[in-house]
Write a protein that binds this ligand. Structure first.
Ligand code: ARG
Length: 605
């Protein structure tokens, strides 16, 4: 069963049962609105449902709260659950659990590698489309967000037991390749040279664009080159492949430096769908979704209008017979659903493409392609077959905002150029090295460079992930590498503090019984027990910042606990062992949580 270790979820279930018992089946869908108590003096949790339900139930909130509490107390095992149920203010129900309840759950969590996160049931096959850089262009800081967010989402879903298929929708096709290839032929570029730098490609791309704009004769040749590329001319293809190989080398270097889980196997570029595009047009035609406009084949998704109220169309096939970005994405959905057998497809692409994905999703649903799963596909493994047939595949668009400079304009270099990703990563590690050297001059050279890498990359990733992803955020070195506040270095440092306790502790009783007596212990325990619920929330909302907030609060409560509750100098061995067990669980939760964000921990810093 799912969520069996999630105490808040269990409490919710108990409240739901009590609400139904008090008010009848009509209230089966009510949300008990359970929150962790804002102030520990009110108990562990607070249920706010009575205020919302009172009107519909035709009673006063406080009376309703009383009824719910009576039902809760009438349950057979109520005494094992509740130490106190109190009604406060207009009708809040304050819940204090039996300490043994918390301890029981903590013990389960502590003995579990998954830290209480039970395997998703049923597991889904989830396709995540992320990164998606463009061939012959250097990856810039804008690609960073998709890569980092997609990686964190993939790790989280995989941790829940879902089968994650990563798809890197590389931009390797389009009319711009005509002009680039034509230019490369002009300058006798050697596609097998192997030592071209991606920055050269960038420059060549700029040069070819200028050439195209300035020279009408070249522009004509470039257009013909597009036709040659599309019809599979060998000379043209050789150059094109050379460009792709060169670009992939660069992308892989960045992925490796970032430590994200993307490899060549995950690349399914735009060109892959070329031979599937005419079938898209045919299927849309069959579904009566295709309209002719000025010679182009167009779909008109509902709800997309221009300022004058005219329907906005999505061009599937251009007037000249060519296909564009939209057609490719439509073909990709069909492939992902029917060939890859996806139950869910997640697109991590910046917020400027909102309308594009809105239109693509509308079209997919209108054409019924979200239910065309082919259960006999050879890509399928047992256990996943046909789960969603008829149900419709869940399509998630996961947009994110822009990275801004301190001037609150899109992040640029001092001279106004685009910021290159590889350079940013190097600088992060370099700066982190300085922070670490200042903090701990004792650290040896080799260790310092390992820590600098973990902290530098962690700092960059966490600064990105800890913000509400839809918002823009400001790229600020000092903030992201600060050892205080909601930052990676703070969490990584908290982890090392715990590790240092264990270095000093000597032998540790692995079978220690956890007890919670002090308020700081209780608060820490409650926070630890939120972990499975937070993972669920991240997987559903696809918002990694919820995990960041959780980890930050965990570390903060841990430090408070550490100040108030001596661990190694505890009064007796039982308390010492119990507190060590709590420290260990916090350490493992921090490490696991950071790991899900793609951030590594170190033993010392
Ligand atoms: N190459 C695209 C860009 O740089 C991103 C691809 C996103 N994925 C997709 N299926 N359209 O804007």
């Amino acid at each position: 069963m799912q969520k069996q270790h999630d105490i808040q979820f269990q409490l919710e279930t108990r409240f739901k049962t009590a609400i139904i018992a008090a008010l009848g089946d009509d209230f089966a869908d009510s949300d008990p609105m359970i929150r962790v108590a804002a102030d520990a003096k009110f108990g562990d949790f607070q249920a706010n449902a009575a205020m919302g339900l009172a009107k519909r139930a035709g009673s006063k909130p406080r009376d309703l709260a009383t009824k719910i509490v009576e039902q809760l107390q009438a349950e057979e095992d109520a005494a094992q659950w509740y130490a106190k149920l109190e009604i406060a203010g207009p009708g809040f129900i304050n819940v204090t659990l039996q300490a043994a309840r918390l301890v029981g759950q903590l013990t389960v969590m502590a003995s579990d590698d998954q830290l209480g996160v039970t395997p998703a049931s049923p597991p889904q096959r989830v396709v995540i489309d992320y990164s998606g850089p463009n061939v012959a262009k250097e990856m810039h800081i804008g690609h960073l967000r998709s890569t980092i967010i997609g990686d964190a989402i993939g790790r989280t879903l995989a941790f829940q037991g879902h089968e994650v298929i990563r798809q890197n929708h590389l931009g390797d096709w389009g009319t711009q390749f005509g002009m680039l290839i034509e230019h490369l032929l002009d300058i006798k570029w050697d596609p097998n040279g192997g030592d071209h730098a991606i920055s050269d490609l960038n420059a060549l791309y700029q040069a070819s664009k200028k050439h195209f704009d300035d020279d009408a004769d070249f522009a004509t040749r470039a257009r013909q080159r597009v036709v040659a590329l599309q019809s599979g001319d060998e000379t043209t293809l050789t150059i094109w492949r050379g460009l792709i190989e060169e670009s992939k080398r660069h992308f892989n270097a960045v992925y490796q430096a970032l430590g994200v889980k993307l490899t060549d196997d995950d690349i399914r570029p735009e060109s892959f769908y070329n031979d599937k595009l005419s079938a898209v047009v045919d299927a849309l035609d069959d579904a009566k979704l295709l309209h002719e406009s000025d010679g182009a084949a167009v779909v008109y998704p509902e709800g997309y209008k221009d300022r004058d109220g005219n329907q906005l169309g999505m061009i599937v096939r251009k007037r000249d017979g060519g296909f564009g970005y939209a057609a490719t994405d439509l073909a990709a959905v069909r492939f992902r659903v029917s060939e890859l057998g996806a139950d869910r497809v997640v697109y991590v692409v910046d917020s400027r493409q909102k309308d594009h994905f809105g239109q693509v999703f509308w079209t997919v649903r209108a054409a019924g392609w979200d239910t065309i799963k082919d259960t006999n596909s050879e890509n399928k493994t047992d256990g996943f077959a046909g789960e969603n047939v008829g149900g419709g595949v869940r399509l998630d668009y996961v947009p994110f905002g822009t990275i801004m400079g301190k001037d609150r304009k899109p992040f640029k270099t001092r001279t106004g150029g685009t910021v290159k990703l590889a350079e940013v990563l190097d600088e992060a590690i370099e700066r982190a090295g300085q922070v670490i050297a200042a903090k701990n001059p004792e650290l040896g050279e080799a260790e310092r460079s390992e820590v600098a890498r973990a902290v530098g990359l962690g700092g960059i990733k966490y600064a990105d992930l800890s913000n509400d992803r839809i918002k823009d955020y400001i790229f600020d070195w000092d903030r992201m590498l600060a050892l205080e506040g909601n930052t990676a270095p703070y969490l990584q440092y908290s982890y090392t503090r715990i590790r240092s306790i264990f270095r000093k502790a000597g032998d540790v009783n692995a079978k220690a019984t956890i007890t919670i007596g002090e308020p700081a212990e209780r608060q820490l325990a409650l926070q630890l027990l939120q972990f499975p619920g937070v993972i669920d929330a991240v997987a559903d909302s696809l918002e990694p910042h919820r995990l960041c907030t959780y980890l930050y609060e965990l570390a903060t409560l841990y430090h408070r606990f550490y100040e108030q509750c001596p661990v190694l100098k505890a009064d007796d061995d039982t308390t010492r062992d119990s507190r060590l067990a709590l420290c260990d669980l916090v350490g493992r939760t921090l490490q696991r949580g950071l790991g899900l964000l793609g951030i590594s921990t170190v033993e010392q810093m």
